[in-house]
Design a protein around this ligand. Structure first.
Ligand SMILES: O=C(CO)COP(=O)(O)O
Length: 235
């Protein structure tokens, strides 16, 4: 299974290094062989060798150039980063990235062979409009994306469940994942208020190949416990 920590705009470079070292040591002591990813803030990226795969939360579709405030492939390559999150709801809805921009990013990093965790998910008003409208909205987030890309992982993260403590029912997660599996056979993660208290339950659901965790992952101990759950449930 896949357990991923999105640290967002949290932790300093020093704290991130400690965090990754703690997770690494836990995985090794407990012989955990699940796929574990950590996505630190851009300023905390660093080279890392071990079981934990460190990825970028974002990067611009360029090797280098005049894109003030952005980083490109050259800055990722320095640290051996070959994994990237694309389409996170905070980038779509807070930063305002369009589907067209995400497609450019996707294609650029796909060409470089990156592992891409591509996020999809609907805001509350769309969810309230019913299952069909919701699936139509999410389908549009697959437009222009190569769903057959061999290094693709998809993460379903309902916008209204992120950082709110709210989650869809288990039945809803199973139903939505079943629909999304028809679009791509890539591993499919669930994200949105996954905590140490519900992670085992979510990981056990049909069609859930792992979790993408935000706030709860900031506690290395909690994140490690989730990795342990994944190992014991491994399917
Ligand atoms: O956005 C998320 C992971 O990418 C989920 O965030 P929370 O776990 O804080 O809800």
């Amino acid at each position: 299974m896949i357990i991923a920590a999105n640290l967002k705009t949290n932790l300093t470079r020093e704290k991130t290094a400690k965090y990754i070292a703690e997770v690494e040591s836990f995985l090794s002591k407990n012989s955990i062989s699940e796929e574990v990813f950590v996505f630190p803030a851009t300023s905390s990226l660093n080279s890392h060798s071990g079981a934990v795969v460190v990825g970028a939360q974002n990067a611009y579709p360029t090797t280098n150039g005049a894109f003030t405030g952005e980083i490109g492939y050259e800055q990722l390559e320095e640290f051996g980063i070959k994994t990237i999150l694309i389409g996170h709801s905070e980038r779509r809805h807070i930063i305002g990235e369009t589907q067209e921009e995400l497609v450019k990013k996707f294609n650029f990093y796909k060409e470089l062979g990156f592992k891409i965790i591509y996020c999809v998910g609907e805001p509350l008003e769309i969810r309230e409009a019913g299952f069909d409208s919701m699936m139509e909205y999410i389908s549009a987030q697959y437009e222009g994306i190569d769903a057959l890309y061999e290094n693709l992982i998809v993460a379903y993260e309902p916008v209204w469940a992120i950082g709110t403590g709210l989650t869809p029912t288990n039945e809803d997660i199973v139903a939505i994942h079943a629909e999304l599996k028809k679009k791509s056979s890539a591993p499919l993660l669930y994200g949105g208020s996954v905590k140490v208290t519900n992670a085992a339950e979510v990981l056990a659901l049909d069609g859930v190949d792992g979790v993408l965790v935000g706030s709860a992952a900031l506690y290395a101990e909690h994140f490690c416990t989730m990795c342990e759950y994944a190992q014991s449930l491994s399917k």
